[in-house]
Design a protein around this ligand. Structure first.
Ligand code: NAP
Ligand code: G4F
Length: 324
């Protein structure tokens, strides 16, 4: 089996590449054309897919690359994934996150290729928890709006042309490979410092582990194309995460609330109902909130800077670069 993963250099890309490699797949990792691929996360998980330059903004390039690789499965994980930045970069975010998948859908229409689209709980906005596949979408950020466009296009191509696309509506998932701007990783590193500046501590998220969530992505493509919520079903506030992280580190940093980390519109409470994924896919989360916080804080405590700095000398682990 051949899989093409866009966004291979991100958190989920690395965990998914590890999983599919372990399952015997030939894995092709698409990274954005023109940039040197950041292979640190792949190195951390000791996985070395074939790397493919890929420009999600250019239809001909998307089509040519897919035709050349001939994947059985495509996982579209590439995105401007930081919600806060989407308020500063709305056009760019909506183009990459919304229109990006349309180019893939057009390129695979009529072909026997299964597609996974990385949809998100951010599309629910402030809809009442627990949110499920039938909850209305009321996004509160350009990021959520762009992702909802992508989600709608996938459903439309499934219904109109029989494209085999499944959308995973994934709630927040974290790991030691999380980008350092996200609040969990910011706290995991921040508790080892003297000062920590944060925004809204009252927001609640349903936090799981990325390793569990990429398994759900794979399971979706082994079933009939559909949409699935993936979540733990338990929410904690940012304040809860901070408290648990301080207990893990045994430190007491000074925490300052800085309005610059507040968003123009906040999503207050995300907590998912993953009954459908459990019943149809047989998927269950395996990592508790405490275990997740513990792993992230302990890994952060081992590093002098961000985790990139602790794996120097082991980079890069790229097998080869393929150009279409
Ligand atoms: P991530 O760590 O931020 O990784 C994002 C990936 O997208 C990186 O490989 C990045 O490449 C790539 N990318 C960014 N801008 C791009 C562009 N203009 N063109 C092509 N590639 C681009 O995100 P993640 O946490 O792994 O999330 C994976 C996907 O799931 C994303 O689509 C995200 O929106 C979605 N999602 C995540 C969560 C979560 O809690 N983690 C929840 C729901 C949905 P560079 O390395 O070059 O920047
Ligand atoms: O960690 P966050 O930046 O994640 P957010 O906005 O929930 O988005 C993540 O999850 C989505 C799924 O629901 C994904 F689709 C998306 O790609 C991304 O992975 O912020 C979490 C909460 C927010 O309410 C934010 O206001 O933490 C609050 N927060 C408080 N202080 C902070 C901070 N967030 C960040 N990033 N930095 C702070 O200092």
């Amino acid at each position: 089996m051949r899989a093409l993963i866009t966004g291979i250099t991100g958190q989920d890309g690395a965990y998914l590449a590890r999983l599919l490699t372990d399952y015997g797949y030939e894995v092709f990792g698409a990274y954005r054309r023109g940039a040197s691929p950041r292979t640190e996360r792949l190195a951390y998980l000791n996985v070395s897919p074939e790397m493919v330059p890929f420009e999600l903004g250019e239809y001909e390039n998307v089509k040519r690359t897919i035709d050349h690789i001939k994947p059985d499965e495509i996982y579209n994980l590439a995105a401007q994934s930081f919600v806060a930045d989407s308020f500063e970069l709305p056009t760019y975010t909506c183009d990459v996150n919304g229109m990006g998948v349309l180019r893939i859908l057009e390129a695979i229409r009529g072909k026997d290729i299964r597609l996974y689209q990385a949809s998100t709980s951010e599309m629910f906005g402030n809809a009442t928890p627990r949110q499920s596949e039938t909850t209305p979408f009321i996004p509160r950020s350009p990021y959520g709006c762009g992702k909802l466009l992508a989600h709608s296009l996938c459903r439309n191509y499934r219904e109109s042309y029989g494209v085999q696309v499944s959308c995973g509506i994934l709630f927040n998932h974290e790991s030691p490979l999380r980008g350092k701007e996200f609040v969990t990783q910011k706290i995991a590193y921040g508790v080892w410092d003297e000062h920590l500046r944060l925004g809204n501590l009252e927001a609640k998220r349903d936090w799981g582990h990325a390793r569990d969530y990429v398994k759900a992505m794979w399971l979706m493509l082994q079933h009939q194309p559909d949409d699935f919520v993936v979540a733990t079903g338990t929410a904690h506030s940012v304040k809860d995460f901070l408290t648990a992280a301080k207990q893990e580190s045994g430190t007491e940093p000074v925490v300052t609330i800085d309005p610059k980390f507040y968003r123009p519109a906040e999503v207050n409470h995300l907590c998912g109902d993953a009954t459908k994924a459990r019943e149809i896919l047989g998927w269950e989360p395996t990592t508790t909130f405490r275990d997740l916080v513990g792993e992230m804080v302990r890994e952060a405590g081992k590093c002098s800077g961000y985790f990139w700095d602790s794996i120097d000398g082991k980079l890069p682990r790229i097998k080869s670069v393929i150009t279409a």
